[in-house]
Design a protein around this ligand. Structure first.
Ligand code: ADP
Length: 268
């Protein structure tokens, strides 16, 4: 059975934000909520506007990879933002979204972990992915569009995702209320984002990212284009970089950029 639609009427009762999600564009089907946010931003940047859809026909992850977004089964949404921060801080919005998603799962009693920098996993399988993009004008941020996909009630995945993706329903054995999860995520995101936007202080976000990290203490592979190396993850730095020990003992900070982190034997 399918739960309620994800329109504003079903999300509003749980929403306690000031500006995130108060403008709310809801679609039955669209190519990509990030792309729609960018289209709209080209005309007008409405700070905090949410673009949300029942399905994406061209959902994307990083590096143009496909993001599966089947109808009525997940939360496929983007938030358009006009942050008052320098360009180099824009990637922190991904980390803020990951911390907000982790806190949301915790509120539902779900034992999820953060896979730095942009995924949430349960038992080593991806349940949520985040893609942040930005546009700049004259050396300043014009807007940021933060897209998030949460697998809520999916029961099957394409063959190539079966051992690396999961959904809340598959993990918990029951349908989950997408509207409530959407609102709670927006509430959590606004709290962390607004505080960062006004203070530029990331310490609370970093505390959450360390507490929820699935990587700290593990041996991983870092994939950076055509190069790949193994290392041990020691910590996450105050400004959100992954601190690793290389096999020669040297300590290195990895910035999120476009690297992918993988487990030694599988996705994680
Ligand atoms: P990663 O974080 O794994 O390096 P991305 O952030 O680019 O990769 O996410 C895209 C990848 O996520 C795809 O290549 C695919 O393997 C996987 N994927 C696609 N759709 C989903 C989904 N709905 N749930 C979980 N994983 C997905």
């Amino acid at each position: 059975m399918r739960d309620k639609l994800l329109n504003y009427d079903s999300v509003k009762p749980y929403l306690n934000t000031e500006f995130i999600g108060r403008e709310y564009a809801y679609y039955d089907s669209i190519d990509s909520t990030n792309v729609q946010g960018k289209r709209e931003a080209a005309v007008k940047v409405c700070d905090g506007k949410v673009f949300i859809t029942e399905e994406q026909t061209g959902g994307r992850g990083r590096l143009g990879r496909t993001w599966e977004s089947p109808k009525f089964t997940g939360i496929w949404m983007s938030i358009l933002l006009k942050p008052d921060i320098p360009i180099e801080l824009a990637p922190k919005i991904t980390v803020i979204a990951a911390a907000a998603a982790y806190n949301t799962m915790k509120e539902f009693g779900i034992d999820a972990k953060i896979k730095w920098p942009n995924d949430i996993v349960i038992d080593g399988k991806k349940i949520c992915g985040i893609l942040t993009e930005m546009s700049t004008v004259g050396g300043k941020i014009d807007y940021v569009i933060m897209g998030i996909g949460i697998n809520v009630n999916m029961v099957e995945f394409p063959e190539d995702l079966k051992d690396k993706a999961t959904s809340l329903k598959l993990e918990l054995g029951k349908d989950m209320d997408r509207s409530k999860i959407t609102a709670l995520f927006l509430n959590n995101f606004e709290k962390l984002y607004s505080s960062f936007n006004s203070t530029k202080d990331l310490s609370e976000v970093m505390r959450i990212c360390r507490e929820g990290s699935v990587l700290i203490g593990r041996e991983v592979r870092i994939v950076d284009g055509s190069t790949e190396f193994k290392c041990d993850v020691i910590d996450i730095s105050e400004d959100g970089e992954l601190i690793v020990r290389m096999k020669d003992g040297k300590i290195k900070n990895i910035c999120s950029g476009e690297v992918s982190v993988r487990g030694i034997y599988g996705y994680l």
